[in-house]
Design a binder for this molecule. Structure first.
Ligand SMILES: Cc1cc2nc3c(=O)[nH]c(=O)nc-3n(C[C@H](O)[C@H](O)[C@H](O)COP(=O)(O)OP(=O)(O)OC[C@H]3O[C@@H](n4cnc5c(N)ncnc54)[C@H](O)[C@@H]3O)c2cc1C
Length: 419
């Protein structure tokens, strides 16, 4: 497969763009593989890529029930950051950040990673104290975090009303300058192309409908395109984890699937050059390169497997947006959509061997798994290849909930609505 470069771009431009080849093959499933990955989202594809690149395991199939990008990897609001409080999380997400920084070169695919920062606004002294604590924890681990004054915030986001008469006056904020955004579908396509180039079969329109078993051991999968055997079967099905694991007889997981919506406005001139989060409610926004504001808020708040949301949340998100930016009241919303979030009970992920022999599980990404895509795949590939976790994902076990070793970054307990 051809390298993308300025030369190929120019050559194709001069020859009518007739010579581009598909970015990945459309192979039929083989009877068996060393590793099968269930779910062709960002995490499944990055796992396949790092299995091939880092561990030389290329006899791998990624099975996707729809088309690549039809899940959350193509539905998220693209915020990337590593500013978590607890070391288990921020070390893992900082590794992701390191991988993001070189990802376009590594994949030879422009994922448009843009380090425009992520600013959390504080509206109460208590909130500012919490930001100081989190910022200090990050700085102790060598991760960037800076407390911002109201004056600095106003300079960075002039459209923001920081006056004392604002509905929720801003009293400061905490900034992670290395955070930012990336183009979500490019991440899926880049990993798919990278895995394909190394020999991985990326198979779309192939739904896993059951698991082949030899006693307890998982030995393959049943699919809408026939049975496929495998030495190892890895599940990376995000919001569909519960349904997929039920096919293997695992009825109970510390996961709930809930809908999260996102919105995009009509194109505006540049008004927001960072990812911004509101502290008095659940609202965040960034501006895309095309000018649209990309924004969202809380979960819809009920369990569902539907990739669409409800109207009350549309109203809630917009009321929070206008509390923060009254000046945007006449901006029109262009589109909205929903995705399925695999909410874990402590808000942290699961990347582990098991729960059955021959099986590996990656889930619990809540509404923050896009930023984890590189590190998730990197750690999951390690876990599958070596049958043990890397130190970076050693804490992300399934049995931590039984042992009481939860990783509760927000200190809000087992309440998916609050994560
Ligand atoms: C609206 C919204 C906004 C978000 N914003 C952000 C954000 O700003 N930053 C951030 O970090 N995260 C964000 N997230 C979360 C992030 O998108 C997810 O945590 C992450 O994408 C999940 O991993 P994935 O990419 O592998 O999931 P997916 O892309 O959902 O991949 C799972 C795949 O499994 C497939 N599948 C399911 N069942 C089967 C089966 N039986 N057989 C075969 N395939 C199957 C699905 O079709 C799907 O393609 C957001 C999520 C949503 C919904």
């Amino acid at each position: 497969m051809r390298e993308y470069s300025a030369y190929t771009l120019l050559r194709n431009a001069l020859t009518g763009n007739r010579d581009w080849k598909p970015a990945w093959r459309k192979p039929d499933p083989k009877p068996g593989y060393d590793v099968i990955i269930v779910g062709g989202g960002g995490h499944g594809l990055s796992t396949a890529y790092y299995l091939a690149k880092e561990h030389g395991i290329t006899n791998v199939a990624v099975l996707e029930k729809g088309y690549l990008g039809s899940g959350n990897v193509g539905r998220n609001t693209t915020a990337v950051r590593s500013n978590y409080l607890l070391p288990e999380n921020h070390r893992f997400y900082e590794h992701s950040m390191d991988l993001w920084e070189n990802l376009s070169h590594d994949l030879n695919y422009n994922v448009m990673f843009s380090q425009r920062g992520c600013l959390n606004l504080a509206h109460t002294p208590g909130q500012l104290d919490e930001y100081v604590r989190r910022g200090n924890a990050l700085r102790h681990s060598g991760i960037d975090s800076e407390l911002m004054t109201v004056r600095q915030i106003k300079r960075l986001v002039p459209v923001l009303d920081v006056s004392g008469s604002a509905r929720f006056p801003v009293i400061g904020g905490v900034m992670q300058w290395s955070a930012g955004t990336a183009r979500h579908d490019a991440v899926a396509w880049g990993y798919a192309r990278g895995a394909d180039r190394r020999g991985v079969d990326v198979i779309e329109n192939c739904e896993v409908t059951g698991f082949l078993r030899d006693g307890d051991r998982v030995t393959g999968v049943m699919t809408t395109r026939g049975e496929i055997r495998a030495r190892k079967v890895a599940v990376a099905a995000a919001g569909s984890t519960g349904r997929v694991m039920k096919l293997a007889g695992i009825e109970q997981l510390p996961i709930e699937s809930q809908v999260l919506q996102a919105f995009v406005s009509e194109s505006l001139k540049p008004v927001l050059d960072t990812v911004l989060t509101f502290g008095m409610g659940h609202f965040y926004a960034a501006q895309s390169d095309k000018g649209g504001l990309i924004y969202g808020g809380a979960l819809d708040g009920y369990n569902s497997y539907a990739q669409r949301g409800s109207l009350p949340l549309v109203e809630e998100v917009h009321s929070e947006m206008l509390a923060l930016f009254p000046g945007l009241a006449s901006v029109r919303m262009l589109r909205s959509w929903g995705g399925l979030c695999d909410m874990s009970m402590d808000g942290s992920p699961i990347i582990t061997t098991g729960p059955l022999p021959g099986m590996y599980l990656n889930c619990g990404w809540c509404y923050g798994g896009f930023k984890a895509t590189p590190a998730s795949g990197w750690c999951f590939a390690w876990t599958i290849a070596r049958d043990e976790p890397h130190p970076l994902n050693a804490a992300f076990t399934l049995d931590r909930f039984q042992r009481g070793l939860i990783i509760d970054d927000k200190g809000q307990g087992a309440t998916p609505n609050l994560h």
